[in-house]
Design a binder for this molecule. Structure first.
Ligand code: 8YV
Length: 328
């Protein structure tokens, strides 16, 4: 890799990002549209000190053992369940993510999905495109009210708070939330959000938005038992991670109209989607695009690059996950 330290970029990123890294490092990139297998990734990382990953590449003990020269793994995502943090810490490798830069964009999309789901946007468009719009009735595609309804938020980090503000200030919603820890009073007042236990959240939400990180503890946080506690008129929105919802149970509940509808941007085992979700009408499906605006995706990739540069040239990353790890 020449005399300069080598960096690998695991997924295609914008030329500006490659150029920025190129000012300091010898840069190589996976310029296909495919995720590399763990073996391919390990092979491409040989002799390299840093890697930019997306949520799709797993960084675990096996990869770290195969790449002993690695010093930093920079995720182009705020979620980092693709990182085995125990293994990364044990290897003395620094890990970074991309908080803040995607918060507002992702919250916007949460609302887009909520609106599309509540007001049956895609279902009605399919009807129109299929040439079926030759009749009309008062209840045709009648959906659920958004303004003035109760918005439940599970997970109240930065994105959850940004969604709460939109709901309370923009749509006059009654916002309730559940989280591992309660927000302080000032933040709660600013978000106009009231803390409730999970049972009350499930029971009272007209729209339930999932914005919590994936971990073994949050696996299947919403399954058949939780759905059974929700209102039959409720909608469920998942912009967090696949695996937080039991997709098979959800598809079943949607078919049986146990809840009215769901909007899903993330899936268990994506890019595969549970086949039953593809055949129920009352679901809006998008391919993990909540942070996808050009500006935000650029900011995410640039932040990952800047983390690598800051750590390897100055010893201090901008948004480290394990700041206790230091070089050497
Ligand atoms: C990314 C995300 O687009 O930030 C996250 O956690 O899920 C998305 O913003 C995706 O992970 C690709 O890196």
């Amino acid at each position: 890799t020449g005399s300069r330290p080598g960096i690998f970029i695991a997924r295609k990123v914008f030329p500006e990002v490659v150029a920025r890294l190129g000012e300091h490092f010898d840069v190589e990139m996976n310029d296909t549209d495919h995720v590399l297998s763990p073996e391919q990734l390990a092979q491409r990382l040989q002799g390299r000190v840093g890697v930019l990953t997306t949520g799709s590449e797993r960084v675990d003990a096996a990869l770290l053992a195969a790449c002993p020269e690695l010093k930093i793994v920079a995720n182009i995502a705020v979620g980092y369940n693709n990182f085995d943090m125990a293994a990364i810490n044990a290897a003395g490798v620094l890990a970074t993510n991309t908080p803040d830069v995607l918060t507002e964009t992702t919250a916007d999309f949460g609302f887009a999905l909520l609106m599309a789901t509540a007001r049956r946007l895609t279902e009605s468009e399919h009807f129109l495109r299929a040439g079926q719009w030759n009749r009309w009735s008062l209840d045709m595609f009648a959906g659920a009210e958004v303004h003035g309804s109760t918005l439940g938020i599970l997970g109240m980090g930065r994105i959850g708070q940004a969604i709460a503000r939109r709901g309370a200030h923009g749509f006059g919603m009654n916002v309730i939330y559940h989280n591992r820890s309660r927000l302080d009073g000032a933040l709660e007042a600013e978000c106009k959000a009231r803390y409730v236990d999970k049972a009350e959240l499930l029971r009272c939400a007209d729209h339930l938005m999932l914005v919590l990180p994936y971990s073994p503890e949050s696996h299947h946080s919403i399954g058949a038992a939780e759905i059974a506690q929700m209102k039959p008129s409720a909608t469920l929105i998942n912009i967090a991670r696949g695996g937080i919802v039991d997709d098979a149970a959800l598809a079943h509940a949607l078919r049986e109209k146990r809840i009215a509808a769901a909007g899903l941007d993330v899936f268990e085992g994506e890019p595969k989607v549970h086949p039953d979700l593809l055949t129920v009408p009352n679901v809006v499906l998008t391919p993990h695009i909540a942070s996808a605006t050009l500006g935000t995706r650029m900011a995410m990739a640039m932040l990952a690059a800047d983390n690598v540069i800051a750590y390897l040239t100055q010893g201090k990353a901008l948004t480290p996950l394990n700041p206790e790890v230091t070089r050497e």
